[in-house]
Design a protein around this ligand. Structure first.
Ligand SMILES: Nc1ncnc2c1ncn2[C@@H]1O[C@H](COP(=O)(O)OP(=O)(O)OP(=O)(O)O)[C@@H](O)[C@H]1O
Length: 301
């Protein structure tokens, strides 16, 4: 069985003629991934997810889901995909179980499956409580239970952490992790806040103004973070210091000398080299990039 669950190639989309909303989106989600699809508001996440779910018609490029071309195998493919893209219509006057019962027949799921998904999302003991009395986190988990009824292989969640309090985010994160581990479900999760998904995803795609700016493992993003960490220096002779530190890819930026570094031991070596070359160090300031600053750098002009 193919290990690629979603592959898009040269996916483009325009709502308005002449105005590109998506340009050449190449998304690759592998079986077993929890893939974080990140980008600021308006960058094109929902448009991409809508195309993947056949809610918008592909104008250019290809979408392959579970090894099949979406355009030619739409029904067959989407049967194996669950989603939470617009808030699903939950009935406020019904209990969690009654809500699931409404959808159970549509999805052809068994009563045992209904009870199973209630257990999975931790709502089996809500009894006679109606959805009106549910917290946002509970509603979100009930919506996920609905999406789980047909036993999907892939779940696509659009901004599932939106509006949740920290406890709700933690619950959702642990639910997603356990569904991934225990039920083998692959996830594609969009968010505009890196820190809210960073702790649960293994792969990341970053989109900005309709273009992919990064795609890779969380480890690769960390590598980028390390590569972009800089030590800022001021010495008695910055030009000579620059020559001494050339092999570290030192650069002169205006008056300052900046040198990329990966760990603090390297900063100590840089300092020693300057002193050994009779240069006085007036200022040495390591500026470690955070994942958040990398994300911001990738999603600004
Ligand atoms: N139905 C529509 N008609 C015209 N333009 C649209 C439509 N839906 C979205 N857009 C525009 O397409 C661009 C991408 O929007 P999209 O909703 O895909 O972004 P997003 O990353 O999901 O943002 P958000 O986090 O705000 O939902 C935006 O400029 C948006 O204004």
């Amino acid at each position: 069985m193919s290990s690629t669950i979603i592959r898009t190639d040269q996916l483009c989309y325009n709502y308005t003629k002449g105005v590109s909303t998506l340009t050449d989106i190449h998304l690759q989600v592998n079986r077993g991934d929890i893939y974080g699809f990140l980008g600021p508001n308006g960058s094109g996440k929902t448009t991409t997810l809508s195309l993947l779910l056949g809610l918008l018609k592909t104008q250019h490029g290809t979408i392959e889901i579970l090894g099949k071309d979406l355009q030619h195998h739409r029904k067959e493919v989407l049967r194996k995909v669950g989603s939470l893209i617009e808030s699903p219509s939950l009935y406020n006057h019904l209990t969690a179980k009654e809500n699931l019962e409404v959808y159970r027949e549509i999805y052809g799921a068994s009563k045992a499956r209904l009870q199973g998904v209630l257990n999975i999302v931790g709502l089996s003991d809500t009894g006679k409580k109606t959805v009106r009395q549910f917290s946002l986190g509970m509603r979100q988990r009930l919506s996920i239970a609905l999406a789980l009824l047909p036993k999907p292989e892939l779940l696509i969640l659009d901004e599932p952490t939106n509006g949740l309090d920290p406890a709700g985010i933690l619950e959702l994160r642990s639910l997603i992790r356990s569904l991934n581990k225990e039920e083998g479900i692959t996830f594609l999760i969009s968010s505009h806040i890196l820190s809210e998904v960073e702790k649960m995803v293994n792969r990341i795609g970053i989109i900005y103004k309709g273009r992919m700016r990064f795609q890779g493992s969380l480890g690769e993003l960390h590598k980028l973070q390390q590569q972009q960490s800089l030590v800022q220096l001021d010495t008695s002779d910055n030009l000579r210091a620059w020559a001494v530190l050339k092999k570290f890819q030192a650069e002169l930026q205006d008056e300052d000398l900046v040198v990329p570094y990966t760990d603090l031991a390297q900063v100590a070596i840089i300092n020693r080299m300057l002193i050994d070359n009779d240069l006085d160090v007036y200022n040495l300031h390591p500026r470690k990039q955070t994942l958040e600053t990398i994300f911001i750098n990738l999603t600004t002009e």
